[in-house]
Design a protein around this ligand. Structure first.
Ligand code: GDP
Ligand code: MG
Length: 307
């Protein structure tokens, strides 16, 4: 029997490239998380995939942005930091969008790492319009920067439909080092609930607001409480805070007569009820916190990761 393989795999890419969707496709319902186990300060562990003879530890990276404000600098620094010590990196690019400055930033960060990179050219179910542009951009940015080519693969995928995701997983497994598992291979639990709740609210905000979505937004799950309704049915009481910088942004999120926030809330509640298999009472609060981006501690508490 071949030796056991394991390693840390980071998924990186600009916001909305499809990182979360890909993670879900890769791990499906097989995800397990080591939430109570202390994590390394560097690696925020997102999920662990235990397969026959292999353990893959997926780590979180904050989204890479191209704006030149303190938040961006901070986030890009964090992104870079969170890649250190990883065995492999999956770089997710959205081929339906023209590669721009953000992509250059991602590539620059990647070119400073030791870990090998697999470039997942995502969303090919929508066409392959800019696919070659991404490859060309990588090649031109990488020109002369590395003595050996450390890009393993360009792999066109659809995280949403699952196309080529199996191949991607095979490439990952093939390229993991032979070493024992880092974590217990038997625990099969779920993402911490707060991650999934925050992800769900973020997704609905994005879907509702689209281009209007403020760049400076953070979602924090304040409370998840299991109680019972008056008639004795189980209900989850969930409070979520949405942080923005300015009153104008708050007004956008709340919308005319509160309709935007109401739509976000009811869509999120619907998903959460399916997820939890019980009734959910969801409260969303939009709060103004000037300058929260400049407070690294707050960023961490808000879980401004995995955008
Ligand atoms: P993240 O910000 O990088 O984590 O991106 P998400 O995983 O949240 O995806 C952003 C949006 O792109 C969501 O609406 C996804 O449903 C969509 N998306 C992700 N992957 C694909 C894909 O392969 N095809 C299509 N059509 N949409 C995708
Ligand atoms: Mg995401």
């Amino acid at each position: 029997m071949a030796n056991f393989k394991s390693g840390f795999v980071a998924i990186i890419g600009r916001p909305n490239a499809g990182k979360s969707t890909l993670l879900n496709a890769l791990v499906g319902s097989k995800i397990s998380i080591v939430s109570p186990v202390p994590q390394t300060t560097r690696h925020q562990i997102r999920g662990i995939l235990n397969l026959e003879g292999t353990q893959i530890v997926f780590v979180d990276t904050p989204g890479v942005h191209s704006f030149s404000d303190p938040l961006t600098t901070h986030l890009n620094g964090l992104a870079s930091h969170s890649l250190e010590g990883c065995d492999l990196i999956i770089y997710v690019a959205d081929v339906t969008r023209v590669p721009g400055q953000e992509e250059r930033e991602v590539i620059k960060i990647l070119l400073r790492q030791d870990a090998k990179v697999i470039m997942a050219l995502n969303k090919i179910d929508l066409g392959t319009k800019y696919l070659n542009d991404y490859i060309a951009l990588w090649q031109s940015e990488a020109q002369g920067k590395k003595s050996k080519d450390f890009l393993l693969f360009y792999l066109p995928i659809s995280a949403l439909s699952g196309k080529n995701v199996d191949d991607l997983l095979k490439v990952v497994i093939t390229n993991l080092p032979e070493q024992p598992a880092f974590y217990d291979t038997t625990t099969q639990t779920d993402f911490p609930l707060s991650y999934r709740v925050a992800d769900c609210v973020r997704e609905k905000l994005f879907l509702q607001l689209r281009e209007e979505l403020p760049h400076s937004i953070a979602v924090e799950v304040e409370k998840i409480e299991d109680t019972k309704t008056k008639s004795g049915k189980p209900i989850a009481n969930i409070t979520v805070n949405i942080y923005v910088n300015r009153d104008s942004q708050k007004r956008i999120i709340i919308g005319a007569k509160g309709e935007m926030l109401k739509a976000v809330g009811s869509q999120a509640r619907e998903d959460l009820e399916k997820m939890l298999n019980k009734k959910v009472f969801l409260q969303l609060w939009v709060k103004i916190m000037e300058d929260w981006q400049n407070k690294p501690r707050i960023l961490q508490e808000l879980g401004y990761w995995w955008t």
